[in-house]
Structure formats: C-alpha cells, structure tokens
Design a protein around this ligand. Structure first.
Ligand code: GTP
Ligand code: SPV
Ligand code: MN
Length: 593
C-alpha cells in the first residue's frame, strides 16, 4: 500500500475495530464482483430475480416496511457552531453526535462483511469531480453504488493520486427507526449513517456527499452543488443549449431530463440530450460561464407514474440490468407500479394484492440503472469540462397561484425566486404528503449549511467577468377548479423550454409583470396541442392579490434567518412587494418590452 493510502487504511482498520465485521472486502468495481454480490443476495433473499425473458439481469429488493424514504427528522448537520448549520437544518454538536452514533456502530457488523467502496463523483478525469469512500455492511448498497457512481479500482487510483476523499461510514444496523441517524460533519468531510438501507440515507455518494458535504465544499471553493437535472436541447439548426433545473424530490427532474419532444417538434428536428437527473455541480469557467457536470453515473428514479406515455425513455432503459426497490409484481414476475398497464398480484411488501386496497407499489418505489442505458444519454456526460449552462430553472409543485413559467429580471431577482420556492411535499421523504412548504432551490433537505450563507454564496456569482445564465421559474402542477392539472406536462414541457431558450437568445417576446416576465399566449408554440384558451389564460395569469400575500410570506421566511440574511435579498423582496402594491392600486398592464 502506498503512503498516500495510509490514511484510508488506518480509517478502515479503526472502523473494523469498532464494528467488528467477519470479513473485509475492498470493492474493485468489476462485473464479476457485481455478479457475485447479486448471487449472494439472491441466496439470502435480499434480491428476487425478475422475469429473465422480459427483464434480463433485473432484480427486486424489498426494503424494511419502516425504511422506505429519506428521514429528514433524523438527518443532522454537525458543525462546531450551530449557526453554521442554520435554521434550515437539524443540528447536533459534533462530539455528542460522534459519541451517540459510535455507540450504535459498536459491534454492529458482527456476522457481516464490511465493504470498502472507493468512488468518484463525476468523470474520473474531471477536475470538477471529487472522490469519496463509503464503508457499508449492505451488499445492496454496494450494487447500487456500482450503478450510481464510478466505483472501484479506478476511483481508488484517483484517491491514491490526490490523497483526499470524503469518508462515509454506513451500517444498516438493526433497521430500527429509533436507532437511525444520518449525520454529517462537513468540517471533517465525514458522514455517518446507521439504521437505514434506503436511497439517500444509505447511498452516501448521493445526497450526503454530493449535496450536503458538496455544498459546504462548493461554498469554500467558489462553486455550486445543486439538486438539479442537466439537459441539452438541440434545436433544428443543430445547436445544443444546456439547462439546469432544480425541482424538489419527486417533482419532475428525471422526467424533464429525458423528455421526448412532441410530434411536431421531433419532425422539425428537435432533440433532447440527458446529462443528469438529480445532481449538478457547477463551476465558473475562464469564459465566465457556469460549467456543469453530473457527479452521478446512474439514476435512482421514482417508479410510480413512469409509463410509455409519460416517460418512454425511462421505460426503455428499465428492460435489462436494473434494480427495482419496493415495486409490485405481476403474475409472470415483471416489475409493476401505478401508471403501467397490466395487473399486479403481489404488492411492494410481497403480499397478495387486493385491488382497491391502496397502491400496489410504494409511492416512493424506485429503479436504479446505469445512466448509459437511457436512449437520450449524452456522451457529454463524460466530458471532464462539463457543459456550459444557458438557463437555470426553478420549479415546484404548486396547485394554485404560480404561473406556468416566468423569467427573473436579473441574477439577484433569480436568486430570490429560487430562495422563495415553495412546493407540496411528496413521498420521497417520510411525513405528510401534499403540504406546501418553502424549499429554497429544492435544497431544503440537502443544503449542508445555513441557507442565509447559501443565498449570499449564490449572490456572489454576480460579479464582473461573469456571463451568468438567465433564471426562470416553472410550475407543471397548477390545477383547475376540477382538481385536474391545467398543463399536460411531460413531453409538452419542451414548449416552455423553447420559450426559455428563446429568451436567452433574445428572440422571444414577453410581458413584464411585478413577479417577472411571462410569455404572452402568442409567445408559446402550442401547435398540435389541444389546450382551451381559457386554460392557457389561467396558466399565464398573475393574481396580484395572491402574490401580495405570497410576498408577505416570503418576507417572513427571509426574516426568520435573522441577521445573516443578505441585505440584497431583503431589498429585492421589498422591491417586488412594492411593485405588486402599485399594481393593486393601478391595475394596468406594464406593456411589452
Ligand atoms: P427525485 O428523484 O425524488 O429527486 O425526483 P424527480 O424530481 O426526479 O421526480 P420525477 O421526475 O421522478 O417525477 C416524480 C413524479 O412526478 C412522477 O410520478 C412523475 O410522473 C410526475 N411528473 C413528472 N413530470 C411531470 C409533469 O410534467 N406533469 C405532471 N403532472 N407530473 C409529472
Ligand atoms: C430525493 O429524495 O430527492 C431523491 C431520492 O433523489 S434519495 O436518493 O432517496 O434522496
Ligand atoms: Mn433528488
């Protein structure tokens, strides 16, 4: 072992002394290793083989019924100074946190194998990529990490070169919700997670490293770690522009990242290229633009709702070499979830399915698959420099008030729009679903430090020499009086992206309103879409009274962060609140720029 790996070796030894595994296995990331782990889990019942004719090399995992989603109330940021974590995070004193969780780790791997997973977030040869090592006792975590990251010998070689890596210690422990903690020590570049085997709680490269620790590092080093998809839109002239979009969990990132253009668009030559569906690391380039990489190599996507109609690209990539978690089964052992044709016979817990007894697949059931299996996968996902971002899009699930799309006036206004984002909660985290809450930049569960400092960091990019992307807000989830979505969504979202890119190029019109610039009905290409005029008007309506109340609530939200909140953001909120108040007195359109 080289001296550069000494720190890693010492850490593995220390962890083994604490957790007392029967065996230690260093993962090399080979196919043989993957296959052997699958064999072992088939034998133990951790995996169930799916129909090898329809779904070769596909497996089902059923998690513990109390362990089906992220657990925000058990997720902590452990900084020396409590204010550094901020009111947006649960906080624990680092010494107390280590003591508490180490007591749970003591002896927890007896009878188990300890796996050492060296991984790289981002292309192995990218200066924007960062490495980590996850120690886990879950073979399910290992095979998921193999699909989700660049894992094994090549990552270890980079760690050996750099000598720096994020340490992540994970054990499923007893899968007991009362002995479950997801702890982050950003000052030590360390993660400790016990008691859950699910998703973001357990695949530590994802939310724990790439977002919570990543956002902390990004602030120190002058870049951005965001909960964003990255998609390339190729127009009929053959030019591709890249967008990054932040929507909260289960609010449409995977779907937008791999959308299929509507028929008229496809015929005209529009194409969509998928770079990433969940996480985006962005750094200013020498040219002043933001350059983005997807630190992940796979998708851990929401299964329910994924169908031939909504997301044919996703369906196509799930026919082989995929892992399904908590989906239902058909009689011939195909994976099934709500939105697919056919009938389930076993629910997500393996019980006989009784029609009418609730969803057969868990609402947060997921698929894990290598990104390269997506038909719209872009080879630029491997570009060590990343891709230049032309537009940043924020969006949430808002049944009321928020129009289909609007454009921020400038960067500062855009940062406020992101900070003010609200969305209805989903099944991606435990707790009530459908509750409206602020989810700034879709990072409420993922920002590893005080949101006030995070907003200040965002504002700091607006400086001489930068060529920043334009910022927009979208809402695919507005509902009418009948409770139905007003906008068809999915592939038709390209119509909105076309307007967004047109605004970036200066070729599309808009109407100025206090909340930002909106397309007029004639500015959107709606050819081939059967959308009643009244519905379109509702989607593009700015309800001044409603927005006055919204801006009051945004003001209270910003104020709740106290003195750390940047003045510029408070002033921006006041500026827009004043514009809204003026409009209420004098309800005239502001005209067209
Ligand atoms: P995470 O992986 O949790 O971060 O979620 P995500 O943002 O990638 O969400 P995803 O694309 O998986 O979508 C979640 C749910 O929203 C699925 O059930 C989709 O079918 C649904 N959905 C996605 N896009 C749209 C849309 O444009 N309109 C409507 N009505 N539903 C959508
Ligand atoms: C999310 O909840 O935003 C996810 C799924 O992407 S998880 O990996 O569980 O965090
Ligand atoms: Mn996510």
């Amino acid at each position: 072992m080289s001296s550069k790996l000494e720190a890693l070796n010492r850490w593995v030894e220390d962890v083994a002394r604490l957790t007392r595994p029967d065996h230690i296995h260093w993962c090399d990331g080979s196919e043989a290793e993957y296959d052997a782990l699958v064999e072992r889990m088939l034998a133990s019942g951790d995996l169930i083989e799916l129909n090898p004719r329809t779904h070769p090399n596909c497996f089902l995992h059923r998690s513990h019924p109390s362990d089906v989603a992220r657990v925000e109330h058990l997720t902590f940021i452990c900084t020396r100074n409590r204010d550094d974590a901020g009111p947006n995070n649960h906080w624990m004193d680092p010494a107390e946190a280590h003591a508490k969780i180490d007591a749970l780790f003591a002896g927890c791997m007896q009878g188990r194998t300890l796996y050492v997973i060296p991984y790289c977030m981002g292309p192995l040869d990218s200066p924007l990529a960062r490495c980590g090592v996850e120690i886990t006792d879950s073979p399910y975590v290992v095979v998921n990490m193999a699909l989700m990251t660049r894992m094994g010998a090549r990552a270890l070689a980079r760690i050996e070169r750099e000598g720096k890596f994020v340490k992540g210690l994970h054990s499923i422990g007893e899968l007991d919700p009362h002995k479950r903690y997801i702890l982050h020590f950003p000052e030590e570049l360390t993660i400790k997670s016990i008691g859950s085997g699910y998703g973001g709680n357990a695949l530590l490269g994802k939310k724990c490293h790439a977002l919570r620790i990543g956002s902390w590092q990004a602030r120190q080093e002058g870049w951005l770690a965001e909960h964003m998809l990255i998609v390339g839109i190729e127009n009929p002239r053959g030019e591709t522009h890249y967008l990054a979009a932040a929507f909260p969990s289960a609010c449409g990132k995977t779907n937008l990242a791999m959308l299929i253009p509507p028929e008229g668009y496809a015929q005209a030559g529009w194409k969509v290229w998928t770079i990433g569906d969940d996480i985006c690391w962005m750094t200013p380039g020498a040219d002043g633009r933001l350059w983005a990489i997807n630190p992940e190599a796979g998708y851990f996507g929401v299964a329910p709702g994924t169908s031939a109609k909504t997301n044919p690209n996703a369906l196509a990539m799930l026919n082989h070499d995929a892992i399904f978690t908590n989906v239902a089964l058909t009689a011939d052992h195909q994976p099934w979830w709500e939105g697919l044709p056919g009938v389930p016979v076993k629910d997500w817990q393996g019980r006989d399915y009784v029609p009418g007894s609730g969803p057969a697949a868990h609402p947060n059931s997921r698929f894990t698959v290598s990104a390269r299996q997506c038909p719209s996968w872009s080879p630029r996902a491997e570009d060590p420099q990343g891709v230049p971002i032309s537009a940043i899009v924020f969006g949430g699930r808002r049944e009321h008030l928020v129009p289909l799309v609007f454009e921020a006036r400038d960067w500062r206004h855009g940062v406020l729009v992101g900070a003010a984002m609200g969305s209805e909660t989903t099944a991606a985290a435990t707790g009530a679903v459908g509750v409206l809450r602020r989810d700034s930049m879709a990072m409420k569960p993922f920002c590893g430090y005080n949101f006030a400092d995070y907003f200040a960091h965002w504002l700091s990019f607006d400086r001489p020499g930068m060529r920043l992307p334009k910022i927009f807000h979208v809402n695919w989830f507005r509902k009418g009086a009948d409770g139905k979505f007003l906008w068809p969504g999915f592939g038709d979202n390209l119509r909105v992206l076309e307007w967004i890119l047109g605004r970036c190029a200066g070729s599309e019109g808009a109407e100025e309103t206090p909340i930002g610039n909106l397309p007029r009905p004639q500015d959107l290409n709606l050819a081939g879409l059967d959308l009643p005029r009244s519905q379109l008007e509702a989607l593009l309506h700015v309800d001044i009274e409603g927005w006055i109340a919204e801006y009051e609530s945004i003001g209270e939200y910003l104020a709740s962060f106290g003195a750390r909140m940047p003045r510029a953001l408070l002033e921006e909120q006041q500026r827009i609140a004043a514009l809204l108040a003026e409009q209420e007195i004098e309800p005239q359109p502001l005209g067209t720029p």
